[in-house]
Design a protein around this ligand. Structure first.
Ligand code: G6P
Length: 367
């Protein structure tokens, strides 16, 4: 009903706007003396001390949050993280053991493939820490440890706020892990936490760009295909951007590591094909801009998301959307909001049922 939507036309938009609060509720209770702390969650530091590697198992958007977590943890801590699609993991002999921490990620806590993957992981002798939004759900109950995300109920089928808090949970885990293992100094861990808390006001700023993003949707809605490109963390985020657009606007979308374009996808770049380019990673910024020029030269309609305040170079993009300046390790949070808004406004501009896309279910309890 309209009242439940709190004045928003759709649950999805309401949930996009709830992200600062969802993040605050998820992050704040886990900060004690400026450090990440899971004492209240009953998660013992032994779990972190003993692990040699991590395997994340999940489906859909939750799996995409795991891919972001992998990029962040491997970059920062040099600890190997493997991300597995639950429905693949459960039908093979997984390469895990008692030195593996298995992180099971699920908004609903009821996805059948994810649940069966959890059971398999336990049979293999691994400890299971789950990141779950729904309290008391089956996955939460069967895990050794649970880190609840506090996004509140998510009604729209397309996941938005649950994704952000899952990423935040991965960041909290990464920081605690780095600190416990002595990879992070106390100062480094504190600085990390300050930056993680800093994404909340940054997202509030980013949400003010909604009207800018809306103009882009009117363009994308005409397209049969769209491409999302990025490098490093931006690439991991673009996977979710493409999924969101497909799910609710039915525009076929693909995410590509920008450097991989020339190995195939660039053949599909012709006049007016929308390319959403994420360029928030400083170390590969120049490389991104040259990839963007390559697609632009072939006629693509380029939407650039970056931290630059202005972008006047018409050779580079047709539309620039800026996110506030911040450390590149944390830009995924605000850039995610832009990608969610792109998908939302495109679906709405096409007059589709944003909250209930065809053929999709909020929680998949069939195999
Ligand atoms: C369904 C939903 C997705 C979700 C996936 C995993 O496909 O439509 O939004 O990401 O299931 O769900 P879970 O509840 O395990 O996160």
């Amino acid at each position: 009903t309209a009242a439940q939507k709190g004045g928003y036309p759709h649950f999805m938009l309401k949930e996009i706007y709830e992200q600062p609060e969802a993040l605050r509720n998820t992050i704040t209770p886990r900060i004690v003396n400026e450090l990440p702390d899971f004492t209240e969650d009953g998660i013992d530091d032994e779990v972190f001390k003993n692990l040699e590697n991590i395997t994340v198992v999940a489906c859909g958007t939750a799996m995409h949050a795991g891919i972001v977590g992998k990029a962040m943890i491997e970059k920062e801590l040099k600890i190997p993280v493997n991300v597995e699609i639950a429905s693949e993991f459960r039908y093979k002999e997984p390469l895990i053991n008692e030195k593996t921490l298995v992180i099971v990620t699920s908004q609903s806590g009821e996805t059948i493939d994810t649940l069966e993957a959890l059971r398999l992981a336990k049979r293999c002798g691994s400890k299971v820490l789950s990141i779950v939004n729904v309290k008391g759900s089956t996955i939460a109950r069967e895990s050794d440890y649970v880190l609840y995300t506090h996004a509140g109920p998510e009604i729209a089928v397309a996941s938005t706020k649950a994704y952000s808090v899952q990423m935040a949970a991965m960041y909290l885990i990464g920081c605690r892990l780095g600190y416990v293992k002595g990879i992070y100094s106390e100062d480094r861990a504190k600085a990390f936490i300050r930056q993680l808390q800093g994404v909340i006001p940054v997202i509030e700023e980013t949400l003010k760009q909604a009207d800018e993003v809306k103009t882009v949707a009117n363009y994308i809605k005409m397209a049969p295909d769209a491409f999302f490109i990025g490098r490093g963390l931006d690439y991991t985020l673009s996977l979710e951007g493409a999924l969101k657009l497909k799910e609710i606007s039915y525009v076929h979308a693909e995410a590509y590591a920008a450097g991989e374009l020339k190995h195939g996808t660039i053949a599909l770049i012709t006049e007016n094909v929308p390319v959403i380019a994420l360029a928030t990673q400083e170390s590969v910024y120049g490389k991104m801009i040259s990839n963007i020029r390559e697609v632009k030269a072939r006629g693509a309609y380029v939407i650039l998301v970056s931290m630059d305040e202005e972008y006047n170079d018409k050779d580079v993009c047709d539309k620039h959307i800026s996110i506030p300046k911040q450390d590149g390790l944390f830009t995924v949070f605000s850039a995610a909001v832009i990608l969610q808004l792109i998908a939302y406004y495109t679906s709405d501009a096409k007059g589709l049922d944003v909250d209930k896309p065809r053929n999709l279910a909020k929680s998949v309890t069939v195999e």
